[in-house]
Every structure is written in structure tokens, then in C-alpha cells.
Design a protein around this ligand. Sequence first.
Ligand code: NAD
Ligand code: ZN
Length: 360
Amino acid sequence: MSYKNYPMVSRVVFGRGSFSQLEDIIAPKRLSVSAPFIFLVDDVFEKKATLSGRIPLAYDDRVIFISADEEPKTSQVDALVEEIILTCKQRPSGIIGIGGGTVMDMAKAVAIMITNEGESKDYQGWDLVKNPAIYHVGIPTISGTGAEVSRTTILTGPVRKLGINSDYTPFDQVILDPELTKGVPKDQWFYTGMDCYVHCIESLTGTYLNAFSESYGEKALELCIEIFLEDTLDEKESADKLMMASWHGGMSIAYSQVGVAHAMSYGLGYLLGVKHGVGNCIVFEHLEEYYPEGVAMYKKMRAKHNINIPQGICANLSDEQFDIMIDVALSLEPLWENAIGKNWQKVITRQKLRDLYSKM
Ligand code: NAD
Ligand code: ZN
């Protein structure tokens, strides 16, 4: 047995208003006046006052606004890297991603692809990245995915939706400022928050569970229950705690794995472009068989906050389309092995998945 030697985010700041320290934090990392910092920023902030005038630009630094309407694609990463390389006098000093999982994943992928040859699709998988990424910073503005701590950046490529999992993927620096999450629409708050909740359930009930993952997963679950089911927190406390739940949920799956909901949600994402958070919710509604207690609690949370979950999204799909989703889901073997055990192939048949998808 060989144990994973897991890389972690080397520096992290936590606190309301801590975003203001960004300038001081990155200044020592500037390589030269012609090596800019590139800020990849969720375009929701183009129209919001929260960040305007607060991004510390100097010399040739620049802001590139990124739409989070669709999840990141390998082609988008490659185009961005080409634009940066062609238009900067020198290799950038760093990439700063400010946004949700979408923008944080873009920032990680761009930082990797600036120093690695070829196209990002060639690096989807495990440990294919050869050269260290450039300095990269993650600043989440919505909580739940754990993308701020994880060793992956999930990209949709021409043939698969799969992460670039590597020791060079994690951020060098993370700034956790819960103030930045103010103004997230309620449904989105729930969907992304449930990503964290589902990480906990899938990790804590999985066959890969160990004391490391359990310690983080239990804490994250406790926080999720406080945030989504109990009425003891005010808005600020709730936002602070959800940011830490996301972190712990991410750490929990780092050293174990996700499970059925994620495997099936990837299928929906690949074929229909359903986004990660809402996709997990759509799937989780139907997983009582695998996660009886987790699903019951999820339904209480959804009802308490009066959240709409899209229905009937698979109603008019063809056999070929179901097959595509089933292929994507089944290809994620470690997720099934974690959820069901070594003999998962005996239990998880194509028909089983077809029946489940048909309900969604
Ligand atoms: P997101 O980044 O897609 O953003 C969701 C919506 O919230 C967008 O419309 C965005 O503009 C908006 N938003 C973000 N911050 C806001 C704010 N402060 N105020 C108002 N609106 C705001 O959402 P997400 O759920 O954080 O990320 C999903 C992505 O994360 C997917 O691409 C998924 O694949 C990825 N992901 C990555 C990992 C990882 O470990 N790398 C883990 C889970 C998910
Ligand atoms: Zn997830």
C-alpha cells in the first residue's frame, strides 16, 4: 500500500475584510515591472460595487472578466493562455482567481498551462503535469465546492469532463473573506452549499473513509447542519461558517473520494451542461437507496429554504443520450468503488443508471 503524499495550500488568510490585504500579500511575488499579475474575475463583479476599485492593479497588471454561465472548458483555458502569452511582455508574476468554483478552476488551469506545453485536454487525468505552475491565488466569492483547497481543476474537454489532478494544481495562497459572498442569489447559495453537504455524505459513508477524511468530513457536516437546518446563526455567522465548511468538505474528499451523486452529476454536466451544484441536487433527490439518512436530511434542508430543483430534464432524451451520460458516469471508477465497494460493477448496471436518470 502506498499512501498519498498530499499537497496542501501553503498559505491562507481568513477574515471579513481580509481581501484588502491582497496588495501586500502579492507584492513580494512580483517578478518584475513587466511581469504582470492577471486577475481572473467572475463577471458578476463587473456590475457589482463590492470589488470595484479594490483590485490592486499596478504596472501592466490586468483584469479579465470571466463568465460563470458555463463551467470551464479546455478550449477556453487554451485560448486564455494564448492571449496572455501573446500580450504580456514577460511571463506573468501570477494568476489571481476571484469568483466561484468556475473561476477558481480557470485560474488553476491557466496557471498550469502557462508553464506546460500543448493543450489542457492532454493534462486531464492524474499526475500528467510536468512543470510547476506559476504562482496562483484563489479568492472564493461563493462557498461550497472546496475548489479553494483541492488538488484538481475540473474541465470539460472534447472527450471528457475530468480534472487536471496534480501536485501543482493547489493554490499557493488562498484568501477567505466571507464578506465577498454577500449577494449570492439564494438558489445558488443552496446549490453550491449542497455541493459541500454532498461531499460530506459521500466521504463519510464511503468505503475509502479513514480518520483523516472523517475528521474533516464530520466538522463540515456539523457546520452544514447548523447553517442549513438550525435557526441559531445570523447572516454573517452563517456565511463565515459556510466558508469553513467548504474548506473542510474539500479536505475530507481530498483524502477519500466522492460517490454516486458526483458520478451521475458529471454525466448530466457533460451531456446537458447542467452545473455542478444544481446537478448534485438533481441527482441526490433520487439516491435514498445509497444514502438514506443523507437524502432525508437533504430534503429537509431543501424544504426549509423553499428551493426549486429542476425536474424532468431527462424526459425527452434519446437512447444515445442516456448512453452518453451512463458512459461518463461509469468511467469514474474510483467514485463507484468508494460508494459501493470493490464489487460495485455487480450492483451498478447500465439499466440501474438508466432508471435513475429517467427519474430526473
Ligand atoms: P460558479 O462559480 O459556477 O458560480 C455560480 C453563480 O454564482 C455564477 O452565476 C456566479 O456568477 C455567481 N456568483 C459567484 N459569486 C457571487 C457573488 N459573490 N455574488 C453574486 N453572484 C455570485 O459556482 P460554484 O458552485 O462555486 O462552482 C461550480 C464549479 O466548480 C463547477 O465548474 C465545478 O466543476 C467546479 N468544482 C470544482 C471543484 C474542484 O475541486 N476543483 C470541486 C467542486 C466543483
Ligand atoms: Zn462537488
